[in-house]
Design a protein around this ligand. Structure first.
Ligand code: COA
Length: 176
């Protein structure tokens, strides 16, 4: 069994690849990071939004960002669709959290559900992870559906968390 963060994962289904982001994906990542629709239900402190130079972001995904999170591209037949993320790793509890965000034109095609399926297979099949968690804004029904389709259970409804907004964010907490 691998420990998480020992490699950049590369995950494949017949339709989707989840893997390393390189400079050739910078334009797609820039478009994603500047999309209001995508970030409406997300925390304000995500790595791809922390630096105005997207080239800097890409160059530091697997060193500076790597300390806190593994950010991977989601690709459909080579096209950049969005991001998959492993974050909040707690080695002592064999626990990690998962997230995903896609460009709006890729929504509604089952890509997030398939991406999460690949992530879960990797975590449970190839790493020592035993607990996987996720958090959603209570209004984010599409993300809640992606989680329930992948066997997550709602464990806390309506918790207040600091997601970087002026007011606390009302959040559902999920576990798999
Ligand atoms: C959430 C997100 C990743 C979903 O991606 P996607 O590829 O469209 O998801 P899927 O197609 O795999 O599944 C979406 C499910 O939600 C359902 N859904 C979509 N919008 C919905 C809504 N407003 N209310 C209820 N269900 C909704 C779909 O019908 C589908 O369910 P089904 O398979 O039973 O029909 C995408 O909308 C996104 O990137 N949103 C912005 C970022 C974000 O919110 N990320 C998650 C943060 S926790």
């Amino acid at each position: 069994m691998k420990s998480l963060f020992s490699e950049i994962p590369h995950l494949c289904s017949s339709r989707i690849t989840v893997g390393e982001i390189t400079m050739q994906h910078a334009q797609g990542l820039y478009e994603l990071a500047h999309s209001q629709e995508v970030y409406r239900y997300l925390p304000t402190f995500l790595y791809e939004q922390q630096h105005p130079d997207i080239g800097y972001v890409v160059r530091h995904l697997y060193d500076e960002c790597w300390k806190d999170s593994i950010l991977l591209g989601v690709f459909a037949k080579g096209d950049f669709c969005g991001l998959a993320e492993f974050y909040g790793y707690r080695a002592e509890y064999h626990k990690v959290s998962v997230g995903y965000r896609l460009l709006q034109r890729w929504w509604g095609k089952g890509i997030a559900s398939e991406t999460l399926d690949l992530m879960l297979r990797y975590l449970y099949g190839e790493t020592d992870i035993e607990i996987i968690t996720a958090s959603t804004m209570v209004e984010n029904q599409a993300s809640a559906r992606v989680l329930t389709r992948n066997g997550f259970d709602l464990v806390t409804h309506g918790a207040l968390e600091d997601w970087g907004y002026p007011e606390p964010t009302v959040v559902d907490k999920w576990i798999r």
